[in-house]
Design a protein around this ligand. Structure first.
Ligand code: PLP
Length: 439
């Protein structure tokens, strides 16, 4: 089935003309999968420049949490722009203070929280790393195989989901040691409980042989691994990691850039395990599309760094702060609950799809509206089906659904948190038809 709203061959003539202009002047480094050229969007639907309509299950890489152009977010932006567009972090203004107060209300700590403002996920990670180093007096960090934390030199030092992100850029920031992320579908370590196996490896191998625990400033972890394949860790892992950090005076830094802001059905993914990190990074879904990143830390940590230790020009921009406050109010006011409900519904439908295609769908996993569908070649070997995943993405676009992939061969479904049952049903039908077409 192709959406009734696909009117032209794809890409259509207007899209082709723009792709041609783009090829001459825009950096070719962007990892784009298929040529969707956007005209406009409303809620979970987007239109291309040829008038074709698509269901957006990519949400600008998990950014458009409130859907495209949510009226409350647009109104908040409009009101803010009528006051002023920028003043810089050298001064004070109410939108920034108001957002920090709101974040302090929702932060996943019992302790009061403080916020540092920046413009993207990678910058939030850089800020968290600097905060951890400067307040702990320690230099080293631990990150995870399969992790994605951004593409600037500090965050890139942790990013380990695809080699293409690293190739040609070595050396990034020194002092980062990677350990396996607990992967229950394709275990990297022996043992029934992969969470425990990873913790044992850190404690009994790494700390004993190579990386002294008392030199480690922080452990940077995605509570649910995003780019690495939408991997949900086993129950033991995050509470065990918290305990390990406490034993050794290490800061636990939760990268909630992708999983946070309600996407998993809770405001922060770490809350699924009742774990309180010391520092949290946020971006993506917080701003509904306006560029904003946040480093949120326990006050006892953030109040330690002094004037001049870290700053920027645009962080706390009033227009982005207004968009973020409006977004977070919508998220806690109901969208987070919708993410839980619709996530459960979509997961159920995908599990039913898996039961009909057990040789190509290896696993359906995730929480809320962060759902991964592992595509495989053969049930027993669980071999990743990379080429089929790429073809499926393109086929789904041709049929009217925007999707992205992650991991070795995982289809990722991350619609806006506003997604409804009729839209989800339409998308599911198109995804199944697309799967049939590529098989
Ligand atoms: N951290 C996580 C978990 C992410 O998923 C991403 C982006 O995908 C980043 C950090 C980097 O964010 P940005 O692309 O805004 O720099």
């Amino acid at each position: 089935m192709r959406s009734q709203h696909i009117r032209t061959e794809l890409p259509g003539p207007n899209a082709q003309a723009m792709l041609e202009r783009d090829r001459r002047v825009v950096s070719p480094s962007y990892p784009r999968d298929y040529p969707f050229v956007m005209s406009h969007g409303r809620d979970t639907e987007v239109w291309d420049v040829d008038g074709n309509r698509f269901i957006d299950f990519a949400a600008g890489i998990a950014v458009c949490s409130t859907g495209h152009a949510h009226p409350s977010v647009v109104a908040a932006i409009r009101t803010a722009t009528e006051q002023f567009l920028h003043i810089s972090s050298d001064y004070w203004h109410e939108e920034q203070i108001r957002l920090a107060e709101l974040v302090a209300e929702i932060a996943p700590f019992e302790e009061p929280a403080m916020t540092f403002f920046c413009n993207s996920g990678t910058e939030a990670v850089e800020g968290a790393l600097k905060l951890a180093r400067s307040t702990s007096g320690r230099q080293r960090f631990i990150g995870f195989i399969g992790g994605f934390h951004g593409r600037t030199m500090g965050s890139l030092a942790f990013t380990a989901s695809k080699y293409s992100q690293q190739a040609g850029f070595f050396p990034a920031m020194p002092g980062v040691t990677h350990v396996p992320y607990p992967n229950t579908y394709r275990p990297l370590l022996s043992g029934e409980d992969q969470g425990k196996a990873v913790l044992d490896y850190i404690e009994n191998v790494l700390f004993q042989s190579n990386v002294p625990a008392n030199e480690v400033a922080g452990i940077l972890v995605e509570p649910i691994q995003g780019e690495g394949g939408y991997l949900v860790p086993p129950e033991s892992f995050l509470p065990g990691l918290r305990a390990l950090c406490d034993r050794h005076g290490i800061l636990l830094i939760a990268d909630e850039v992708q999983a946070g802001a309600g996407r998993t059905g809770k405001m922060f993914a770490c809350e699924h395990w009742g774990v309180q990190p010391d520092i949290v990074t946020m971006a993506k879904g917080v701003g509904s599309g306006m560029p904003i990143g946040l480093v949120v830390a326990k006050r006892s940590i953030m109040e330690k760094w002094k004037r001049g230790a870290h700053g920027n020009t645009y962080g706390g921009n009033p227009v982005c702060c207004a968009a973020a406050s409006a977004t977070l109010e919508l998220v806690r006011g109901g969208l987070m609950q919708n993410a839980a409900t619709m996530g459960a519904y979509m997961t159920e439908r995908l599990l039913e799809l898996q039961s009909r295609y057990p040789d190509v769908i290896g696993e359906v996993r995730g929480k809320g509206l962060m759902i991964g569908v592992e595509l495989i070649q053969g049930r027993t070997a669980r071999t990743p089906a990379k080429e089929m995943t790429d073809r499926l993405l393109t086929q789904a676009w041709r049929n009217g659904v925007l999707l992205l992939s992650c991991g070795a061969s995982t289809l990722r479904l991350m619609p806006p948190l506003t997604v409804t049952k009729p839209i989800a049903d339409e998308a599911m039908t198109i995804i199944e038809q697309s799967l049939k077409a590529v098989l």
